[in-house]
Design a protein around this ligand. Structure first.
Ligand SMILES: [Zn+2]
Length: 154
């Protein structure tokens, strides 16, 4: 994926969720994707403000979860009450994991950016180089089990 298609994906995601494509949100996107390494929300705020002075702290904190949910960014929790964020490198395809709901027979494709890292670290310990990896999760539906109904059921 190129940076352009990441940008298009972000706009598409905003529109799909009835969120406006604003200059502030796009400034946050540009600041995040200009970074090659991890950053904190405060660092992102500072960088986004260099692009658009009107970006507020609240907008950064509201936009981060959107970027994560859209699969364009990942959150790295180092367990010290400090969260780091990392934009998914546009040049590397985002690995997808499949989550299969047995109850609703629905397959969800979710971004699994850590899968590649995991497979290479496990393989190298065995003296191997991974060729491909795949994660498939079989699940049951909480909502269906509780209420007998689920919007994902055909
Ligand atoms: Zn369901």
């Amino acid at each position: 994926m190129s940076l352009d298609s990441c940008r298009a994906l972000f706009k598409e995601y905003l529109e799909k969720h009835d969120l406006r494509v604003t200059g502030q949100r796009m400034a946050i996107f540009e600041a995040a994707f200009a970074e090659n390494s991890h950053f904190t929300a405060e660092e992102l705020l500072e960088k986004a403000r260099k692009i658009d002075k009107s970006v507020s702290r609240a907008t950064v904190y509201r936009t981060l979860p959107i970027l994560i949910e859209s699969g364009l960014m990942r959150e790295v929790d180092i367990g010290k009450n400090l969260k780091f964020y990392l934009a998914n490198n546009p040049d590397e395809a985002i690995q997808q994991a499949q989550v299969i709901c047995q109850d609703c027979e629905k397959i969800f494709e979710i971004p699994a950016p850590f899968m590649e890292w995991y497979s290479s670290s496990v393989s190298s310990r065995l003296g191997l180089t991974p060729v491909s990896q795949r994660l498939q999760v079989t699940a049951t539906c909480d909502e269906f089990r509780k209420t007998g109904k689920c919007r994902n059921r055909a």
